[in-house]
Design a binder for this molecule. Structure first.
Ligand code: TYM
Length: 343
């Protein structure tokens, strides 16, 4: 039996933000560092996902390279042979399996995806690409081609992960064969990754929304490439509330709770313990200062590491991984092609 596969990807559009880091990267990299030999770790750049909404195609290659460097700066151990780093578009099986899965997916299923509804609410249907509509199918192919069991993602991707399980089960049943490994149920993934799985870091300006690459203003998003000073000023002007009490209560105090979450996750501490330390405080200034110190310290160190990433080592890892990933993905694809009668 081969080791269970843990897999995730982060789109190469804009700079990654701290929500991407805490929601998807950190859980995977923590595992890669501490449990080498027990799992296989697949981290990829979903570059085909990058233009479901319009982008500047002239900068896509640069964006892909930046993502790869950020993965390494975040601690991905390139020298670990159980770690694979690859670009989605370099493994054509992703696109081929997507087409097959598309034909077993209901239009209604895609229409029910909350993220799709949210992203397209203000747009006329001619301005919404078919790619954006069915991107959860490509995401399912990304996961199923490698028989992944665990997929660290933020809360906004949970529904897509459920879809990957559904389509895998449907195909296995339809063809009466274990074509795909079913990724673990979301609740089990939560237990596996602990606190980080299903995370939703909030926007600093509007803490009722998730922190996002595509927010209208940059002020609410902490990018991994923000200078420590820029990050500090974003945190100092973060929206809180008028309750004058530092408490961890996501419903009543989303801004304060988000700041506590950020600090706890970056320090590797329990958020409730951290909140306890502020009990009785009626001013938000000291909390913001502490969060700003933690975040700017983290960014300083992160960016020092980023500046030293050896792109030659990254390229060598890509070449090696992409060769192996093509072999693995093609063997799963072949079984599916046989099942549907194409081979
Ligand atoms: P993307 O690129 O939008 O986001 C990458 C990851 O970051 C998480 N995330 C957050 N986590 C916590 N708080 C936030 N505010 C926050 N914002 C984003 C996302 O949940 C995600 O885990 N479709 C995916 C990329 C993808 C993928 C895959 C992931 C493609 N194929 C296969 C896993 C497996 C996406 O657009 O993520």
């Amino acid at each position: 039996m081969s080791n269970p596969v843990i897999l995730t990807g982060i789109r190469a559009n804009n700079d990654l933000h701290i929500g991407n880091y805490l929601g998807a990267l950190l859980p995977l990299i923590d595992l890669a560092r501490h449990y080498a030999g027990e799992y296989e770790i697949n981290l990829f750049v979903p570059d085909l996902h990058s233009f479901t909404t319009p982008i500047d195609h002239g900068t896509l290659q640069e964006g892909i390279e930046t993502n790869l460097k950020l993965y390494v700066a975040a601690g991905l151990p390139l020298d670990n042979p159980a770690v694979y780093l690859y670009r989605q578009s370099q493994v054509p099986a992703h696109s081929e399996l997507t087409w097959i899965l598309d034909c077993f997916t209901g239009v209604g299923e895609m229409q029910r995806m909350t993220q799709f509804k949210e992203k397209t609410a203000q747009l006329s249907s001619d301005r919404v690409s078919v790619g954006l509509f069915h991107y959860p199918v490509l995401m399912a192919a990304d996961i199923l081609l490698y028989r992944a069991s665990y997929v660290p993602v933020g809360e906004d991707q949970t529904q897509h992960l459920e879809f990957a399980r559904d389509i895998a089960e449907r195909m296995n049943k339809r063809f009466n064969k274990e074509l795909f490994t079913i990724p673990k149920a979301v609740a089990e993934q939560h237990r596996f990754f602990g606190k980080d799985q299903g995370l939703r870091i909030k926007d600093l300006v509007d803490p009722t929304k998730k922190m996002s690459k595509s927010s209208v203003s940059d002020k609410g998003t902490l990018f991994l490439t923000d200078t420590p000073d820029v990050a500090r000023s974003k945190i100092m002007s973060a929206t809180t509330d008028s309750l004058n009490s530092v408490r961890y209560d996501k419903d009543k105090q989303p801004g304060v709770s988000n700041l506590l979450d950020l600090m706890a996750l970056l320090r590797g501490q329990s958020v409730l313990e951290l909140a306890h330390a502020y009990e009785g405080q009626t001013q938000y200034g000291p909390l913001k200062h502490d969060v700003a110190d933690t975040v700017s310290g983290f960014l300083q160190e992160f960016q020092n590491t980023l500046a030293q990433v050896d792109m030659d080592a990254v390229r060598a890892k890509l070449e090696h991984s992409e060769k192996i990933m093509n072999e693995r993905a093609n063997s799963v694809l072949h079984v599916v092609q046989q099942a549907v009668g194409l081979r």
